[in-house]
Unconditional design. Sequence first.
Length: 196
Amino acid sequence: MATMCSAVRNGLLLAPVLGLFLLGTGDLRAEIVPVGTEEAARLMGYVYADLDGDSVRDDFERPIRLVEILLRGTDENGQTVNRSTVTRYDGTYVFDDLLAGLYEIIEIQPYKYIEGKPNAPGTAGGKAKGSNRFVGISLEAGVEATGYNFGEWGLKPKYVSKRPYLSLVPEPSTLVMLMAGVGLLVLARRQAARAN
Ligand SMILES: [Ca+2]
Ligand SMILES: [Ca+2]
């Protein structure tokens, strides 16, 4: 009984200490895990061939893949952010797991394409600075900001493939076979005429 009373007494004494400890770990967890939780923010956009030059992505305009996109900025903790990614096959790019902060997005101009006109900034604001940069994007915690798009005017002439046009011209071997076929046909008709 004495031991039990002692255990209860010790438990009562330890409870506040344990509570403070749990409170402390809770606070610590809240500070450590903002990235990857609902607090994490994202910045997204698209690179496309703006064939009609209206600075808007239309349904008939195709995506441009493997374009390098840079993210620069300072997060809410004062940490410098310096990341890069490339556009996917559908032309999209994403910067995940961002803290709130002030950011800019830079497109490395794809060298095969003619520079397009600046696009309007996406849903977290900021402004376009030239055709390849959005600056002053003030991103809040947990926000999924999209629409930071870059439009190009299409391929430079020297990179336009001539294959579709060349495929309409017969290969030399095909021409030789065709001529031989016509020759045999003419010979057969002459022989038939002589026989008559
Ligand atoms: Ca367009
Ligand atoms: Ca561009």
